[in-house]
Design a protein around this ligand. Structure first.
Ligand SMILES: Nc1ncnc2c1ncn2[C@@H]1O[C@H](COP(=O)(O)OP(=O)(O)OP(=O)(O)O)[C@@H](O)[C@H]1O
Length: 284
């Protein structure tokens, strides 16, 4: 399924109507965009993901947050079919990620961590290549590529080789490539890392417009203010487990901010904030 056909767009809009912001998928008839059941991944002795369950609602901005090493990237890699789980099941847009990988890959866009791109292509060539791989007609690829390059402020660098792009430019061209086929669900690992505030604002706008159309964005981040201002739904992960999931209000609870709720959930309250480093800043 290379592109969004009109009746699917209508279906997505209908799902959004049935699952408005602030309502959990579990409480609506709409199927979740992502369903994870009993997912495990171990690297040697290290359990990276310890049997997690997740139901991420369709048509919403979903944040996956957690401290370093919590298991976010491992989870997103398994959910997007990049890493095989040891155990468990993942469904995306109603299709089994490991049982029906082609159907899933046609419906998703992914901006992974440590994005590997074809470095010797220019930004425009990369989009052209990605679009053709996705089965889009050439003129449609050209049109969409031009629009995405403009909106993401990459038009001036479109003929530059990707190897010469800055970190933020790489994120933006990666995002453009992930959006080109208008996927139903977009997965982004730390999409705002290394991106300047102006570009971050642009990316936000693009993603908000995209979720307004009924599509789902799932992104991982450490930046709580960003998650709080963007997300309808949040899952908090620590040490390979899900500590909380639900609407932003549910996860925040009585805490004054998502940041304080997060620190409490991941058990970081009262942690040594450097007092033990008594030599630091002392006599030299
Ligand atoms: N390929 C691997 N081999 C060995 N251990 C790994 C591998 N990938 C991840 N891990 C371990 O699994 C755990 C979870 O890592 P993961 O990258 O999923 O965390 P994360 O929440 O994305 O962290 P960060 O926010 O720092 O990117 C960590 O302890 C990490 O060291």
């Amino acid at each position: 399924m290379p592109d969004q056909v009109p009746d699917q767009a209508a279906k997505r809009a209908e799902q959004t109507e049935r699952a408005p912001a602030g309502q959990g998928a579990a409480r609506t008839a709409a199927p979740p965009a992502v369903r994870v059941e009993g997912l495990w991944k171990r690297f040697g002795d290290q359990v990276a993901v310890a049997g997690i369950d997740l139901d991420l609602p369709a048509g919403q901005f979903v944040g996956l947050v957690g401290p370093n090493g919590a298991g976010k990237t491992t989870t997103l890699s398994m959910v997007t079919g990049l890493l095989r789980p040891d155990m468990g099941r993942v469904q995306v847009a109603g299709h089994d990620v490991w049982g029906d990988p082609v159907a899933v890959k046609a419906r998703i866009g992914v901006l992974p961590e440590g994005l590997r791109l074809f470095e010797r292509l220019s930004g425009r060539e990369l989009l052209g290549y990605t679009g053709r791989l996705r089965g889009l007609p050439g003129d449609e690829v050209d049109k969409r590529a031009t629009q995405l390059l403009d909106v993401l402020d990459l038009a001036g660098a479109q003929h530059k080789l990707v190897v010469d792009y800055s970190t933020g430019m790489r994120k933006k061209i990666g995002l453009a490539a992930a959006l080109l086929h208008n996927p139903e669900v977009l997965f982004l690992d730390e999409p705002f890392e290394g991106v300047d505030p102006v570009s971050a604002q642009t990316i936000r706008g693009v993603l908000e417009r995209y979720t307004d159309s009924g599509a789902t964005v799932v992104f991982s981040s450490h930046v709580m203010e960003l998650v709080e201002s963007l997300c309808d739904w949040v899952a908090v992960m620590a040490a390979g487990r899900i500590r909380a999931q639900g609407t932003l209000a549910e996860v925040r609870g009585d805490a004054p901010s998502l940041q304080s709720a997060f620190l409490e959930l991941v058990g970081a309250q009262g942690r040594d904030t450097g007092e033990s480093l008594d030599w630091l800043g002392g006599a030299r």
